[in-house]
Design a protein around this ligand. Structure first.
Ligand code: AP5
Length: 222
C-alpha cells in the first residue's frame, strides 16, 4: 500500500532556524516547501501587486495583512504537487486568524513543530544571516560561511535583519505564539533549536519518520 503524503507545520521565532531545517527536510522527505516569507520576498522582487502591498510591512518587521497572506498560501496548498508529495508550511499561520482560516478549510497538519531558541541567540543569527539570491541557500557570516568567494560576492542581507527590526519581529511573534499553539496543542512538538543544525535535524527526522510510519499503518491497501 502507498502511504498518504505527510503534512508538516514548522514554527518558531525569527531566525530560530525554520528555513535551515526546511532545506534538510525537503532533501530527505521530498515535501513541497511553502515559506510565506520566501513567497512574499519573491512577490516583492517581481514588483507584483501583492509585493507592493507587502513590502512596507515586511521592511518594518510587521506582519503583512492576513487576507493577503492567506490567499497566497491557500492557492499554493491547492496545487497538485502539494497534494501529491505532501507539504511543509513554514511561517504560516502567524496569527490566530490565520490558524482559524486553515481550520475552516479543513487544512490541518499531521505535526506542528516549534523550534525553541533563546532571544539573545536570535538577534545574532539575524544580523549575521546572508542569502544567496541564485540558489536561495541560507548562510551566516560566522556559523555557516559561504563555500566559495564567488558565492560570497553575491550574498545579500535582508532589509528586515537589523537588530531593531528583529526586536520588533520577535515581539510580534511572542504576542501571537500562544494563541496559535492552542489550535495545534494535540500535535505540538517542541524542539531545542539552540544546537548544531545536524543535531536538530536528527530530532526532526525521527519525528517525521514516525509520522510517516503511522500513515502507512492507517492507510488502507489499494
Ligand atoms: P519570514 O521570512 O518567515 O521570517 P521569520 O519568521 O522572521 O523567519 P526567518 O526567515 O527570519 O528565520 P528562520 O527561522 O527561517 O531562520 P533561518 O533558517 O534563516 O518572514 C519575513 C516577513 O514576511 C515577516 O516579518 C512578515 O512581514 C512577512 N510574513 C511572512 N509570513 C507571514 C504571515 N504568515 N503573515 C503575515 N506576514 C508574514 O536561520 C537564521 C540564521 O541562523 C541563518 O543565518 C542561519 O544560517 C543561522 N542558523 C540556522 N540554524 C542554525 C543553528 N542550528 N545554529 C547556528 N546558526 C543557525
Amino acid at each position: 500500500s502507498k502511504s498518504e503524503p505527510i503534512k508538516v507545520m514548522i514554527s518558531g521565532a525569527p531566525a530560530s532556524g525554520k528555513g535551515t531545517q526546511c532545506e534538510m527536510i525537503v532533501q530527505k522527505f521530498g515535501l513541497v516547501h511553502i515559506s510565506t516569507g520566501d513567497l512574499l520576498r519573491a512577490e516583492v522582487s517581481a514588483g507584483t501587486e501583492i509585493g507592493n502591498k507587502a513590502k512596507e510591512y515586511m521592511d518594518a518587521g510587521r506582519l503583512v495583512p492576513d487576507e493577503v497572506v492567506t490567499a497566497m498560501v491557500t492557492a499554493r496548498l491547492s496545487q497538485q504537487d502539494a497534494k501529491e508529495k505532501g507539504w511543509l508550511l513554514d511561517g504560516y499561520p502567524r496569527s490566530f486568524a490565520q490558524a482559524q482560516s486553515l481550520e475552516k478549510l479543513n487544512i490541518r497538519p499531521d505535526i506542528y513543530i516549534v523550534l525553541d531558541v533563546p532571544d539573545e541567540i536570535l538577534i545574532d543569527r539575524c544580523v549575521g544571516r546572508r542569502l544567496d539570491p541564485v540558489t536561495g541557500k541560507i548562510y551566516h557570516i560566522k556559523n555557516f560561511p559561504p563555500e566559495t568567494d564567488e558565492i560570497k560576492a553575491r550574498l545579500i542581507t535582508r532589509p528586515d535583519d537589523t537588530e531593531q527590526k528583529v526586536q520588533s519581529r520577535l515581539q510580534i511573534y511572542k504576542q501571537n505564539a500562544e494563541a496559535i499553539l492552542s489550535t495545534y496543542m494535540d500535535i505540538l512538538n517542541k524542539i531545542d533549536g539552540n544546537r548544531p543544525k545536524e543535531v536538530i535535524f536528527k530530532d526532526v527526522d525521527s519525528l517525521l519518520s514516525q509520522v510517516q510510519k503511522e500513515k502507512v499503518k492507517t492507510t488502507k491497501p489499494v
